[in-house]
Write a protein that binds this ligand. Structure first.
Ligand code: SAH
Length: 397
């Protein structure tokens, strides 16, 4: 195995089990590792520290193991079994009313660069590193062992996320399909609500599994309320609001494809179609166009405004503008669920942006709750960067 030798004192983060080696920490590289190859990481005194996937870029090594040999044939099976066991331990895998969840959340499951979402027997594989992309066949084999007969298919959705400087031709497609399985779409159950998920045409792996628990919160507050779901995607929050007894739900997304799915999901759950309206529109334009007080529950769940640190300032301004519009429009005694999924915007910065938004409206606003990502999007305590979804539940008078 090729070796990466660190500069003096740069082993400290690894000794604290942080799973990344930044390129600036490297003194020398022995051999000529290709992107995605396993490398051994050694301290400046040549003490072996870890083994991980090498990549050209600011994160040069993503660590797979501090103790075990990741070249052992059962490595993937062991890691995926651990991930599944965790989801079983809190009742998500095996639940009667939820059959979709995140099986692997990158560093949170000790597998930096890997996302696997599970949709009732279909695993959608998404590599965010060259190493995970190159390991896809082995990971697929391990999924077959871990899930056994329950596995219907493994779909690789890495073309937009697996980074290769060398420019491999990437195309999404099936790594495995059980004989007779020929659909790009499934109906999944989340807290008893049904959703179509299309991993081929949909955004990310097909569905935003990270809002499962926050959707429950919306459902519990929706009874008798007029609800506006902004950035609704396939209507996750809308379906829970309707199930919770909302008077009426308006769903807004700029994606026509997503809005088509919202309508199908409303029909799938057999709700009265007159209780729901779909709008293919820009969320900010929509907010500007509505009269004050029309809605008494507004959900604001935009895409990540900041994908990297450089975009932070503009992103915070955008969160502020958006939240100011939502807070100013919600009816007195109404609720605003507001979220940010930008990893670089931390809880405090987001809360500050929402504070500035509230202050600009001059209304009385109280924080009733702070919202998070659910347990299947686990955060490795040694890798706090894994925490990305944050939200506030506001009460506005
Ligand atoms: N709340 C959703 C997930 C939202 S993801 C759920 O529970 O599933 C963010 C969504 O914002 C995407 O569907 C994207 O199409 C939409 N979007 C992005 N920019 C937008 C804009 N300017 N106006 C409205 N929707 C937008």
């Amino acid at each position: 195995m090729n070796k990466v030798i660190l500069r003096p004192h740069r082993e400290e983060s690894i000794l604290r089990l942080h799973p990344w080696v930044f390129s600036g920490a490297i003194a020398s590289i022995e051999g000529n590792p290709a992107e995605g190859e396993l490398v051994e990481v050694l301290s400046s005194e040549l003490k072996p520290l870890a083994v991980g996937h090498y990549q050209i870029g600011s994160i040069a090594v993503r660590i797979l193991s501090f103790t075990e040999d990741p070249t052992q044939p059962d490595f993937w099976e062991k890691m995926l079994s651990r991930a599944l066991q965790l989801r079983k331990s809190f009742g998500l895998e095996g639940s009667a009313n939820t059959n979709c969840y995140r099986l692997v959340h990158g560093e949170g499951d000790g597998l930096p660069g890997l996302i696997i979402d599970y949709y009732d027997g279909v695993c959608v594989f998404q590599a965010h590193s060259a190493g995970m992309f190159l390991a896809r066949e082995a990971i697929c084999e391990a999924l077959k062992t871990v899930y056994g007969d329950a596995l219907k298919a493994v779909y690789d959705k890495s073309s937009g996320t697996a980074p290769f400087k060398a420019g491999l031709p990437l195309a999404d497609g099936y790594l495995y399909r059980r004989p007779g399985f020929d659909s790009d779409e499934a109906v999944v159950l989340e807290n008893g609500n049904k959703f179509y998920v299309n991993w081929n045409e949909g955004q990310k792996t097909g569905f935003f599994l990270d809002q499962r628990e926050n959707r429950l919160r919306v459902g519990n507050l929706a009874k008798g309320r007029n609800v506006l779901n902004l950035f609704c995607y396939t209507g996750g929050f809308s379906i829970y609001a309707l199930a919770g007894g909302a008077l009426h739900v308006d769903s807004v997304d700029s994606s026509k494809l997503a809005m088509g799915m919202v309508d199908r999901n409303v029909a799938l759950n057999a709700f009265d179609p007159s209780a729901h309206t779909s709008y293919t529109a820009d969320a900010i334009d929509f907010l500007k166009s509505i009269p004050k007080g029309k809605y008494d529950l507004i959900i604001v769940d935009p895409p990540a405004f900041a994908k990297h640190r450089g975009a932070l300032k503009n992103a915070l301004r955008a969160y502020q503008r958006l939240n100011e519009a939502a807070i100013s429009k919600v009816a007195p005694g109404g609720f605003v669920f507001t979220f940010s999924c930008s990893q670089v915007v931390d809880k405090e910065a987001f809360a500050l942006a929402v504070f500035s938004a509230a202050a600009a409206t001059g209304r009385s606003v109280r924080i009733l709750d702070r919202l998070n990502q659910p347990a299947d999007h686990a955060v490795n305590i040694y890798h706090p960067e894994g925490e990305y979804l944050k939200g506030l539940l506001l009460y506005v008078e």
